[in-house]
Design a protein around this ligand. Structure first.
Ligand SMILES: *Cc1c(COP(=O)(O)O)cnc(C)c1O
Length: 752
């Protein structure tokens, strides 16, 4: 009996070849096991269960037709082939479209059924698939997906490769790396599921499930690979549908179903791998030799039974001697000043993936129909059309008047709609976000209060026409320059520390501070923030209770909580909001004081506050208050960027077009990241104007970079856009979504 096993990489992210060989050896002591590898740097080639090593050129050098022919000869000679390299499996399934009884891999139709991220085969299996989105949609939609899923998302390649991305800049960088490596734009983002990692490993032959086991990861490596685990039976209610699926899709070979058990005991299917897991020998030593079952079915020769040595396994690191014919590679040559050791997977698999993918594309001519350009609201265009852009000296910020006004109107309507018989919802415009007088005036006209974090901001609000009793004071330094302001009675003052609260109480008692409400900003437990008063320990909570009890009865009590949902994500925000309601309810019970104003802060990305699919978000939050805090009369909402961000655009001009081989690579513009400091945090929609009919179109995704005018490496205004063919030097590009912090935090740089 001759058995070929490929995939012998045995580093920290191992392939299963060595484990399979150990299991096969345990059942068939006399079999000839031949290890197949594509690099002499895979340490598994030295493992002593392999009687021979069949070493091939790396994937990017190999002649794959010749290789397929050689494999056919091997199979025809009666030898069995177990592949444990995903891409080799894919390629073999295509190279042997009618299969081969000795080739122990699934047919191509079955592989299609388990392809990520949808894994169509899971139909009938009681697991869920985590939400995902193709990266071919626009940046705007990708950013929304990340916010929706709390920035707990994975960027995944077409076959394997997954990186956790936690910020927009990281997403853009990793997308570039992965799409370059895999030679495709067809990646996807998937929401992270947190829970326990469990999996099923199985053997099947021509649609018959031979055996399967359940494994729970008990210890993980730094990159999340199994280090130890326990093995148990697959429950009948899962085994039965699994049997049915295996038969429906006609599976042959090994497989691993990687799953997550969430905290509510729900099961999520992450991957269905077309091969055994690298820990497969861990099952064998518990008495369940899964690979042996496959050999038995394919050869008709029964293997020796495995003895159970308990139901748990762990891994260790072993040193083994080398096979003399495959000595270690020479040490790397130094490059200036350094020596680099590469621990990368050395067999050229990535390049091979690129080749496979190109084949696939040219074969099926699959053309994507999704557009990566996000349309902008009509008001943007109406506003832009009121400017003669050619007459402006660029770069210049454009105030989109109707857009801004509509934003404030909508916010007022939203507050109105969310108000109830007992709770009035009021917006308070965050002046800090964008202190443009036009915006502060719009806030005043739209029935907003003004939210200030310093006395100079208070002065500005008063100058625009706000009354002192429409002012909400917040932040750690709200009394900065207090000598520049006459005494006023404010609407509410939220203290950022217990010291500040103590001082405020003294000033209230002495008449030095007048405000209808006094309150505290609460720091939510388990969330890292430099702001607010911590209530995370019983001691801290006690001190808060004592301080609140000292507040004079003549001043009413409020609580402020601000965690930007644009950072922590929408679902996290909703979760924290509910948690704050509970804390406040305890605070009321323990102090005997009633909370009458609840300030829910700002930090909304424009569309998240806006209707969208979730029109009732604010309404829902407000409606949930009375259950826990029945005395709240007023809810304050402090939008800043939700209103200011869309209110401005930045017009810039093309200074130079650098084209190479009929493709525009780089375009130099007179704008820069000095005018767009938020460039790293969220995507900006960019418009170009057609020279003849003056119509505006959003830029599609492409390979062109917009290089800013600054002589700075990181001044790249956009790195993945496609300019229209008609683009010329002197054309105007309008970068939208450039109000709010893009304006207030912009800096003067490179202007002489
Ligand atoms: C900055 C700030 C806001 C507004 O935040 P945005 O992210 O602009 O919505 C609201 N409240 C307080 C206390 C702030 O400091």
């Amino acid at each position: 009996m001759k058995i070929y096993i490929s995939g012998l990489y045995s580093g920290t992210n191992p392939q299963p070849g060595v484990g399979i060989a150990r299991s096969v050896r345990a059942a068939y002591p006399d079999a000839t096991i031949i290890g197949v590898e594509y690099s002499n740097r895979c340490s598994g080639i030295h493992w002593n269960d392999f009687d021979e090593i069949w070493l091939q050129r790396p994937w990017e050098e190999i002649n794959i037709e010749v290789h397929a022919g050689e494999i056919k000869k091997v199979l025809d000679s009666g030898a069995l082939w177990i592949s444990s390299i995903d891409l080799e499996i894919m390629w073999l399934a295509k190279s042997f479209p009618d299969g081969h009884p000795n080739l122990l891999i699934p047919p191509i139709t079955a592989l299609e059924q388990v392809s990520k991220p949808a894994i169509p085969a899971h139909d009938g299996f009681p697991v869920k698939i985590s939400p995902f989105i193709s990266t071919q949609v626009s940046d705007w939609e990708l950013h929304a997906f990340c916010r929706e899923h709390n920035w707990m998302v994975w960027l995944k390649g077409p076959y394997y490769d997954a990186v956790r991305v936690r910020s927009w800049a990281q997403l853009v960088e990793m997308r570039h790396l992965l799409s370059t490596a895999w030679a495709t734009e067809d990646l996807f983002l998937q929401a992270h599921v947190s829970g326990y990692e469990e999996s099923i490993s199985l053997s099947a032959y021509q649609g018959e499930l031979l055996d399967c086991v359940w494994m729970r990861k008990r210890d993980l490596t730094e990159i999340g690979k199994t280090w130890s685990g326990d093995i148990s039976e697959v429950e009948p209610e899962l085994r039965e549908p699994l049997c049915e699926i295996i038969s429906r899709i006609g599976w042959t070979g090994g497989a691993e179903l990687e799953m997550i058990r969430d905290t509510g005991d729900g099961m999520w299917l992450l991957e269905w791998n077309p091969r055994y897991p690298a820990w497969i020998h861990g099952a064998t030593i518990t008495g369940r030799n899964i690979p042996a079952k496959l050999i038995e079915a394919a050869s008709g020769v029964p293997g020796q039974k495995a003895a159970s040595q308990g139901n748990e396994f762990t891994r260790v690191v072993l040193e083994i001697p080398l096979r003399p014919q495959y000595p270690l590679s020479p040490l790397p040559e130094p490059f200036p000043g350094e020596v680099g050791h590469s621990m990368k997977h050395p067999s050229g698999l990535l390049q091979f993936a690129g080749m496979l993918h190109k084949d696939e594309k040219s074969g099926s001519k699959k053309k994507t129909t999704t557009s990566a350009a996000t349309p902008v609201p009509d008001t943007f265009i109406e506003d832009l059309n009121t400017f003669d852009l050619a007459s402006l000296s660029t770069p210049t910020r454009i105030f989109l008047e109707n857009t801004a006004a509509k934003g404030f109107r909508d916010a007022s309507a939203r507050a109105e709609a969310a108000s109830t018989d007992t709770i009035r919802v009021t917006n308070a415009y965050s002046i800090k976000t964008d202190p443009d007088e036009r915006l502060i005036r719009l806030a005043l006209e739209s029935g907003f209060y003004a939210e200030a974090i310093s006395i100079p901001e208070v002065r500005k609000a008063l100058d625009v026409g706000f009354r002192p009793d429409q002012i909400v004071l917040n932040g750690p330094a709200k009394w900065w320059q207090k000598e520049t302001l006459a005494e006023h009675s404010f609407f509410t003052v939220f203290c950022d520390s217990l010291n500040e609260l103590d001082q405020a109480i003294d000033r209230l008692n002495s008449g030095g501070l007048q405000t209808e409400y006094i309150g505290l900003r609460i720091r939510t437990p388990n969330v890292v923030s430099r702001f607010g008063i911590s209530i995370a320990t019983p001691d801290e909570f006690n001190r808060v209770i004592d301080a609140v009890r000292r507040i004079p009865q003549t001043t009413k009590l409020g609580v402020h909580f601000h965690m930007a949902s644009s950072n922590i994500g929408i679902r996290s925000w909703e979760f924290l909001f509910q948690s704050i309601l509970r804390w406040c309810s305890s605070l009321e019970a323990l102090t005997g004081r009633l909370i009458e104003v609840l300030d829910i802060g700002g930090g909304w990305f424009p569309e998240d506050m806006d209707g969208g699919a979730d029109e009732g978000r604010l309404k829902k939050a407000v409606a949930s208050i009375p259950d826990l805090l029945p005395h709240v009369k007023q809810v304050l909402c402090e939008p800043g960027k939700a209103l200011a961000q869309p209110s401005m655009a930045l017009a810039m001009q093309i200074l130079e077009i650098r084209d190479e081989e009929e493709h525009v690579h780089d375009v130099v513009v007179d704008g820069s990241i000095a005018e767009l400091p938020m460039h790293f945090f969220y995507p900006h929609r960019i418009l170009t104007q057609n020279g003849s009919d003056l119509s505006w179109t959003p830029l599609e995704r492409g390979k062109t970079r917009l290089l800013g005018r600054l002589c700075m490496e990181h001044d790249i205004v956009a790195s993945n856009v496609e300019l229209p063919k008609s683009a010329r030097v002197g054309d105007i590009l309008v970068v939208c979504d450039a109000g709010a912090y893009d304006r207030s935090m912009s800096y003067v740089f490179g202007r002489g």
